[in-house]
Write a protein that binds this ligand. Sequence first.
Ligand code: GDP
Ligand code: MG
Length: 390
Amino acid sequence: MPANLTAEAKAKLAKYSEARTIEEKIQALEEFISAVPKHKGTENLLLWARRRLAELKEEKEERRRKRAGGGGPRIFVERAGAGQVVLIGPPNSGKSSLLARLTNARPEIAPYPFTTQTPIPGMLQYEDIQFQLVDTPPLLLDQPDSPVNNRILGLARNANALLIVVGLDEPDPGYTLSRIMELLEDRGIVVTRRRGLVRILKSREINGVKIQGSGRMIDFTEDDLRRLLASYRIYNAIVEIEGDVSLDDVEKAIYQARMYKPAIIVLNKSDLPEARMKVSKIGELAGDDTPLVIASAKTGEGLNDIGGIIFKILGIIRVYTKQPNKEPDPNPLIVPKGTTVIEAARRIHKDLARNFKYAKIWGPSARYPGQRVGGEHILEDGDLIEIHTR
Ligand SMILES: Nc1nc2c(ncn2[C@@H]2O[C@H](COP(=O)(O)OP(=O)(O)O)[C@@H](O)[C@H]2O)c(=O)[nH]1
Ligand SMILES: [Mg+2]
């Protein structure tokens, strides 16, 4: 059902998206909320606006606290290592126990909820690199809009990946997992590419509404789409769709930026009786791109697999570098899959890319050791490159 916004509400929404400072955004959003007519068609929009407002106020408060010189819980954790992975999950699922088993950090662990109050980072060693795991306070599934949740979701948005932890001691861990996924989706974090992802690129240079991407429109036609966009006064745009997309997904995408965040599901406490039985029902909840690990922070089951899985879902590779006539640098460059030689050179130094002549290459992507390649050669995990310049 389209929101059919009034011209005034539409103008306020535009003001919000153009606002620069937090204060401006808060003010614009407050004005927007009071300008939106309340009916079935605007429910989603208002829900989003109120949540966004709460998040912004939280952020403002956080900044104020920081300026006042520490004190109070911090939201952001500076990234370290080859990727930041935030652990999220309900109370007592074993997040802190997992952090303690997997990393050098020593968080407090207790059989009662709310032991963990602030995000705690620790480093997980995977082969020759490290990932940063961040333990968080528990997600409150019964209070979706609580300040704690806002803080956790802020951390999640900022992370490279999520580790969703559910305890197999719960009566119905599958249900808990689906509620976590729902909470994330409601707040614009999508963990599986299979689900609908919509991007709307507005531009005056585009004539009309064009649909792109490999997605499937499950409950609407192109005409429905045009009508919906027109109700928001969007007449010229590219709509990119991925996965199974509903008209509701499109409407949400108009005001809420949605992001894909790779995730791993960890079903913890596999050592408990009946844990196995519960697992069998959960498998299908995880998409093809959301790996599921059956683990126990107590016995260590599954824990050795986690580093490798994080490496895989982050979509990164390790590229080793050496200077001519020198030994390789033992610390690899961490770059996205698909990175070319010239892109890797640019990461090391602008001049290396500017003066690039050719590279010599050893490892998985080399046809023979020391193969001479050009800048467009695509690197693979474990490659060693030696860059030659003019
Ligand atoms: N049996 C069993 N208990 C666990 C496991 N992991 C954590 N626990 C217990 O569950 C409780 C909550 O653990 P904690 O790590 O504090 O959970 P958090 O609230 O998610 O951080 C503690 O009593 C832990 O000892 C596990 O794999 N098996
Ligand atoms: Mg904890």
